[in-house]
Design a protein around this ligand. Sequence first.
Ligand code: PLP
Length: 457
Amino acid sequence: MRKEIPYKIYLRENELPKAWLNLRAFMPKKPAPLLDPTTLQPITQAALSRVFCDELAKQELDDTSLYIPIPEAVRDFYKMYRPAPLIRAYCLEKALDTPAEIYYKFEGNNTSGSHKLNSAIAQAYYAKEQGLTGVTTETGAGQWGTALSMACSYFGLDCKVFMVKVSYEQKPFRREVMRTYGANVTPSPSTQTAVGRKILQAFPNTTGSLGCAISEAVETAAGLDGYRYVLGSVLNQVLLHQSVIGLETKTALDQYGVKPDVIIGCAGGGSNLGGLIAPFMAEQLQGKADYRFIAVEPASCPTLTRGKYAYDYCDTGKVCPLSKMYTLGSGFIPSASHAGGLRYHGMTSTLSELYAQGLMEARAVEQTSVFQAAEAFARVEGILPAPESAHAIRVAIDEALECKRTGEKKKIVFGLTGTGYFDMMSYEKFHDGKMSDYIPTDNEIEASLKNLPSLAR
Ligand SMILES: *Cc1c(COP(=O)(O)O)cnc(C)c1O
């Protein structure tokens, strides 16, 4: 075993995982099944395959295979930007004057700037394998659309992205990155789809919403031969692909005999956190370890901390399967938080079930304190974090400061999901003191939860 821990632990290329870890298969009590939105019965693979690629529909329903091999072509692509480094935050530890050891797994080392590429490349691969022509998707802030554009160009697939109109206009740089990789980017709502035309007729001046963009993407895929719809978070398949984050993290820590006490990640739909904790939670479920896991969410969109555990639609358009999850209601519109990737009303079913079983903690943090943490981190560690990632930094710092009070030498690991170069407008608001910390009232959340679908079960 090697002793002195370097600033960066880089794995060798041949240490890149050969299989993804399917966390649900390790759970004695499984998450509740997905329901078909038309019949409200557990969804079949055949029904799922009408929306998603065949192999992805299969992965979506698989809760028995412990590991699923990573196709060689996907591993080859991973090799261009993985294994990702696990960084010992020596400088942050020193700045905080904490006895704690802090480590972070950095997923921003690729052009799309986040972990989303880990699943985008897998989804594009299976679409290509099936002989499809292309895929459609929606994007809000643009991280997912960017990652998918890169993945599709690599495999020669057409990529149609419906981008929420307000982002399309306000985030021209992300839009142009997507176009650089050959994607077709349409501001949503558009006149290309029936649902888009209907919305435009009713609300000519609308700036769009994620729900509307999803509906346009699904309608477009359904109407074109050789196309399927793909999604960047929330689904089981996405969690599966993101397990590469946790597997690499565990291999790197094991090489130095480091056993973490606390593992922290930001949670939007839950894919990076689910991926990061996967091998650690698997150990925990087998009674081999005793870790603490913390999901960090924005106080403006407090899915786990204030939502309800119930069946709900995964999308505002109500076309995707229903999932039993912590939710604020599919119609919940969070205030304009700057962490676009965390503005999702629900939480992936696996993490929801683990949270319900008391195996994971959750914390909601306010925006200004998140940006304070982001800036403190950037100034000592160098990396300019995405606002989403900074939610995890906030809680990692809080845990390290708690260690300073108690003198405990805890080992803290967190996921740094991406870089914030496209988020400088948010940093500007923070620097100019114009950032708000809106927290929804109980009444607002209750009102939204009244619209949960009523099911017999
Ligand atoms: C999308 C995104 C997230 C949140 O998504 P999860 O599915 O919860 O992981 C977090 N960080 C960044 C940088 C993102 O782009």
